[in-house]
Ligand binder design. Structure first.
Ligand code: B12
Ligand SMILES: Nc1nc2c(ncn2[C@@H]2O[C@H](COP(=O)(O)OP(=O)(O)OP(=O)(O)O)[C@@H](O)[C@H]2O)c(=O)[nH]1
Ligand SMILES: [Mg+2]
Length: 411
């Protein structure tokens, strides 16, 4: 099986806001064809370990300037081991705050490599590529989320490695072959595809809906599959949706980032398989699949091909979509099951609401526009949207104390 591209998780530890170094490193990694899942700064050991496992990364890179590196790195190594994922190496840097003497202690504690101040970026990149590249193989020892994560990695390998030479131009043949299959597996998992223009607030909205899920369905699990673009030239990617996923820091959430790797559909070519892996695990009540920021003609979930990949499509628009003509051109407004106007704190939202609802009325499908401000915690619009989703998906109230379906659903 072909070696998949290198996938790394990067983060800055708790009580540390020095993110400038890691931002430079992230960009450089992506420029070298590496997929980087960036978790953000002020991150706990538990959050880093959970993300490393769910993302099935080749290694974890930490950037630490707060002086607590010896203890923190040791704890990450220890918790990875305790979780049965001691095969994931931990490396990092922290400029002059990590001395060679500290690094020796850290290496005795199981840390793989420390890059000191003054190390040229090119040398760091070359070493990372040789040290951490390895083919992904099935491993029966993996359990729980790591087993799911590895199955998704293997699915990504099956649909092909990135090819910078062809990625920018055409839909790759293997991507075509694995175009959305119909959502065939009947069962309790309700899968929602979330599309919309770049920056509309898809990830923020999904995160807020995740918080509602965690509140209302206390014993269920939710899966999040976030597709982000690979760079057409280098094949690298900054998989940045996880940074907005505050509520993913809960064991009842499985979050996996997928790079598009040359697929021009708005989804990774492995997305259908990844959905099926999560569905067939039987663990998830609800799955959100976020597409990359899509254009006017996009149909990432196969709505217009009679082979809908998901159970429902949610289309998110921001108030700054242009005007009536732009609305008319957005094909998915005809096919979406749920349409959301997000960023309703924007003064343009008032006029946008009326304009979009008129556009939806022309479809004669009884589509109702949901108005949300996902950036605001406890937004009533998000509450109502979740209630509609819970009803639509038949989320089982028996799995939770509070009955999701009894929440108010009127707009
Ligand atoms: C820039 C900076 C800031 C900026 C941070 C901006 C930002 N958003 O990151 C600002 C001004 C905000 C800031 C604030 C503070 N800072 Co400051 N800051 C620095 C400074 C000058 C540079 C750090 C840096 O980004 N270097 C650039 C990187 C690219 O180079 P490098 O550090 O040499 O790293 C190399 C390798 O280690 C490697 N690397 C680094 N990380 C990683 C990760 C991976 C995965 C890999 C592969 C490689 C790698 O890359 C480089 C390649 O050569 C350092 C001093 C210094 N000269 O290091 C202090 C320093 C880190 N800060 C310090 C302090 C004390 C603070 C404050 C607490 C000050 C205060 N009292 O408010 C605050 C805390 C802020 C917070 N919230 O955490 C101290 C830390 C002391 C300690 N730990 O013992 C330092 C060392 C300054 C000092 N001498 O006192 N800081
Ligand atoms: N004012 C305002 N900003 C919001 C709202 N929702 C999200 N944002 C901000 O909009 C920016 C983009 O949000 P994301 O959730 O990353 O958007 P996205 O659609 O997932 O973006 P891509 O995945 O890159 O396409 C972030 O800075 C959010 O904080 C909102 O309701 N109001
Ligand atoms: Mg997003």
């Amino acid at each position: 099986m072909a070696a998949p591209p290198l996938r790394l998780l990067t983060a800055v530890p708790l009580c540390d806001g020095h993110d400038s170094a890691i931002s430079t490193i992230n960009l450089e990694l992506a420029r070298h064809g590496i997929e980087v899942v960036y978790l953000g700064y002020h991150q706990s050991v538990a959050a880093i370990v959970r993300a490393a496992i769910q993302e099935d990364v080749n290694a974890v890179g930490l950037s630490s300037y707060n002086g607590g590196h010896i203890v923190f790195f040791k704890e990450v190594v220890g918790q990875l081991k305790a979780a049965g994922s001691g095969d994931i190496p931990v490396f990092g840097g922290g400029g002059g705050t990590i001395t060679p003497a500290d690094a020796r202690v850290m290496q005795r504690n199981g840390v793989d490599r420390i890059f000191f101040a003054g190390t040229p970026l090119d040398r760091i990149m070359a070493e990372i590529k040789t040290r951490y590249a390895r083919p992904a193989k099935p491993d029966r020892k993996f359990k729980g989320d790591r087993a799911l994560a590895r199955a998704i990695t293997l699915a990504e390998c099956r649909v092909g490695s990135p090819n910078p030479a062809t990625a920018g131009g055409t839909l790759r043949p293997d991507a075509k072959k694995s175009r959305p299959k119909a959502a065939t597996t009947a069962g309790k998992t309700f899968v929602i595809g979330v599309a919309g223009p770049g920056g509309a607030g898809k990830s923020t909205l999904i995160d807020e809906l995740t918080s509602r899920f965690l509140q209302k369905i206390p014993r269920g699990r939710i899966g999040l599959l976030a597709n982000d673009p690979s760079h057409p030239g280098t094949g690298g990617a900054i998989l940045g949706d996880r940074v907005s996923a505050i509520y993913a820091q809960d064991d009842r959430v499985f979050f996996r980032s997928l790079a598009t790797r040359g697929s021009l559909t708005g989804l990774s070519a492995a997305a259908p398989a990844a959905i099926e892996i999560l569905r067939s695990s039987g663990e998830f009540d609800l799955i959100f699949v976020e597409s990359v920021g899509v254009g006017q003609e996009s149909d990432p979930f196969g709505v217009f091909h009679g082979r809908k990949l998901v159970d429902a499509v949610l289309y998110v628009l921001p108030p700054h979509y242009g005007g009536r003509i732009q609305l008319q051109k957005i094909a998915l407004l005809n096919g979406a099951d749920l349409v959301v106007l997000n960023k309703c704190d924007d003064p343009r939202a008032h006029a946008a609401k009326a304009e979009i609802q008129t556009r939806l009325d022309q479809n004669q499908r009884g589509q109702h526009l949901h108005a949300t401000t996902a950036a605001k915690h406890s937004d009533l619009g998000v509450d109502r949207l979740f209630a509609v989703i819970a009803k639509l998906g038949g989320l089982d109230p028996a799995r939770g104390g509070e009955k999701a379906c009894q929440m108010e659903v009127s707009p």
